[in-house]
Design a protein around this ligand. Structure first.
Ligand SMILES: [Mn+2]
Length: 283
């Protein structure tokens, strides 16, 4: 399969810092070669902003989303599977726009719900609002500057492995129609959640925030917590997705090499991306 790797080496508008170091660390750890060894043709494109310009932190995140939307659409037009390697999860707004929001479901693997809004966040971390943005709950005016972005309906979105949710964020999630499959309910609940997403879409975007993995298995970043998924769980979940829906795009986000003291998180990331690419070829 032809793969377009889109490398977005930013965290909170900072190039190469913290989780912004993750995408290029995964390139250096051999991710492109692992995909080539699996028989894929791999093209690599870097999303990068001029270093000397003034960067507003929120404006920069949306500038990257606009670049990603266009790059994902271009990848689709030449039949390449877009795989986004990004520091931040909010890049998904650009990816979904490029894939076609109306017809694309989202399976969001993440320890966090990313369902805060500017009114509920206590940390001020923009990335904690990513799924709220995707579902049209906040940042509406600037999200509309992302080419082809339309808010998704809640029914298009399924969160998996979610376990670290703020109180006000939890209240928003409870009153939404977004489905949530907790780690312990994976084998009992994922299939039903996927078939319900499948009723509303033609294809799926698989979002892999690496901290969905249990922190005892791999330390993806400084936000990683226990109670997450194992690599066996991920194999199961990805294969269930591919049996239900056509995988149209993938992202691997939130890898911070500084937190990965034993290299287990990088190895997990490469394995997850290769598994998703193999299943996308078949799905
Ligand atoms: Mn996330």
């Amino acid at each position: 399969m032809e793969i377009q790797l889109l490398v977005v080496p930013y965290d909170s508008a900072n190039r190469g810092a913290r989780m912004g170091a993750g995408p290029e660390a995964l390139l250096a750890a051999g991710l492109p070669q692992a995909l080539r060894d699996a028989g894929h043709d791999v093209h690599v494109k870097l999303a990068e902003l001029p270093a000397d310009s003034w960067k507003a932190e929120i404006g920069t995140a949306f500038e990257l989303m606009r670049m990603i939307s266009i790059a994902v659409r271009e990848a689709r037009e030449v039949n390449r599977l877009p795989i986004v390697l990004a520091g931040n999860c909010n890049t998904a707004v650009g990816t979904l726009a490029g894939l076609g929001n109306a017809s694309t479901g989202v399976v969001w693997f993440d320890a966090h719900a990313d369902f805060n809004t500017p009114e509920t966040t206590a940390s001020g971390f923009l990335d904690g609002t990513a799924v709220a943005m995707l579902t049209g709950r906040c940042w509406k005016t600037i999200a509309a500057t992302v080419p082809d972005f339309q808010p998704l309906s809640d029914q298009q979105v399924c969160l998996v492995g979610t376990r670290d949710i703020d109180a006000l964020e939890h209240a928003l999630l409870d009153e939404s129609n977004v489905s949530v499959v907790e780690s312990r309910a994976l084998r009992a609940g994922l299939r039903r959640a996927l078939s319900s997403v499948n009723e509303h879409v033609d294809q799926v975007y698989v979002h892999l925030d690496l901290d969905v993995i249990d922190s005892d298995v791999a330390s993806a970043n400084t936000f990683a917590v226990a109670g997450g998924l194992t690599l066996d769980d991920m194999d199961y979940a990805l294969s269930e997705i591919a049996q239900t829906l056509r995988i149209a795009g993938v992202a691997l986000t939130a890898y911070d090499p500084a937190a990965d003291t034993d290299g287990a998180a990088a190895a997990a990331a490469i394995r997850l991306v290769c598994t998703a690419a193999a299943l996308a070829r078949e799905s």
